[in-house]
Design a protein around this ligand. Sequence first.
Ligand code: CA
Length: 428
Amino acid sequence: MQPSVGYWQSFVEYAELTDVGLRRANNQDSLATMLAGSEADFFRRGHLFLVADGMGRHAAGELASKIAADTVPLQYFKQPQVPPPLALRQALEEGNRRIFERGRQNPDFAGMGTTTCVLVLLPQGALVGHVGDSRIYRLRRNHLEQLTFDHSVVWEMQAAAKSNNVQPPANIPKNYITRSLGHDAAVKVDLEGPFPLESGDTFLLCSDGLSGQVEDDEIAAILSCVEPTEAAQALVDLANLRGGPDNITVIVARVRDAARVQNALPPAAGGSLLGRVSMPVWVAVGASLLLSSFAFMAAQAALGTAAAGAAIVALAVAGWQILTSGSPGKWKPRALGRGPHTRTELRLGDVELDKFRGTVTKLRESAAHQSWTVDFEKGDRLLAEAAVLRKSGDAAGTLRNYCRTLSHLMRQIRKQRRDVGREPVLDD
Ligand code: CA
C-alpha cells in the first residue's frame, strides 16, 4: 500500500523558540527550519533544522547568525545531485565565505562570526554538521546524548588531555570558542552521523544561552515528559529563571514514525533505473526502435538509419535523466565523526521531581513575596494536580505539570516585567 500524501512531512513534529533572555538588549541568535518541499526532495535532502549564535560588536553578531540561517539551508537544498554530507559541508563553507566577505567589506562588521549547528533528518538517519559550541542532543529512551563536539577551549583541552578534569587558565573565558563561521577565510566543519532514526527519538538544537543554564539531566527529563512545543517553552523559561544572562534559542524535533519513511525509501528512491527515466523518453526510445526495425525489414535503409539515430538520441536522453535524477541510492551512508560525545541517563525519581518542584514553588513564593500581579489560581491548580499525579506514581505526568506551572508563572511575570520594568528573579 502506498503511504498517504504528506507522511514524509508529518513523521517529525517540531517546535522552535528564540528568546532575547533577561540581560541582553539584542538577540544575536538565529534559527531556521527548512522542510523538503516534495517526497522526492525529502528522499534526496531530508528536513533541515539550524541554530546559530552570532558574536561581534554592535549589530555584527545578529548579522552573522542571520547570514548563516539564510545561506546554509538554501545552499544545502540547492544541490540535489550532491550526497547530503557533502552538500551540508559545502553549505556551511558557503555560509562562512559570505559572512567573512561581509566582514571584510564593512569595518563595522570586521571579525564577526557565528556558531552554527545543523540537523538534517533523512530516511537514512540524522546527519549533523556544526561549527562552534551550539549543541545538538538526542534523547532516545533513557539516555540523552550530545551528538556535537563543543568547539570550545574547555572541550578541546579536555580532549587533548583525554580527561574531563582539565580546566583552561582563569584568563580565558569558559565560553571561549575555537571555531566559528565567518571569522576566517576558511573553516573546518565537523560532520556526524548519519545516526539511524528510531520512532520517539527527540532532538534538541540549542545555543549556549540554554546549555549554560540548564543541566543535561534537566534537559533529558523535560524532553522525555512533554511535547515539543511545551518542552521548548519550559527549557527557555528555566534558562530565564536562572537569570537569562544570554540569548536562548531551541528547536525540539521528535520523530514519530521512523519505520514509515525508512520502508518507503527504496521505491521512492527510484531504486530501479527504469523508474528514473520519464515516460515520454521511454516511448520515444520504443517507437524509434520499432520504426527502425520495420524500415530495415522493408528495405527502407534511409528511414531505418534515421529512426536508429532517433533511438540513439532518445537513449542518450534517458541516460542523462538517470545521471541527473539525484537518486539517494547513489549515496552510500558511512559513519562520520565520533559522536555521541556525552551520555546522560534519564532519571525521574524523587530527587529529580523534588528539584523541579522546588524550582517552581520558589518562583511562586518569589512572585507572592514581591507582590507581582500573577494569576496564582491556575498555577496552584496545576501544582495540586501534580501532587495527585505524583501520589499515583505518574512521574512523567507530574513533571509535565511542573513544566506547565513554570511556563504559566513565567509568562505572566515577564509580561509584568515589560509593563513595569521589574526583573523576574528568585529571592535568595
Ligand atoms: Ca550565546
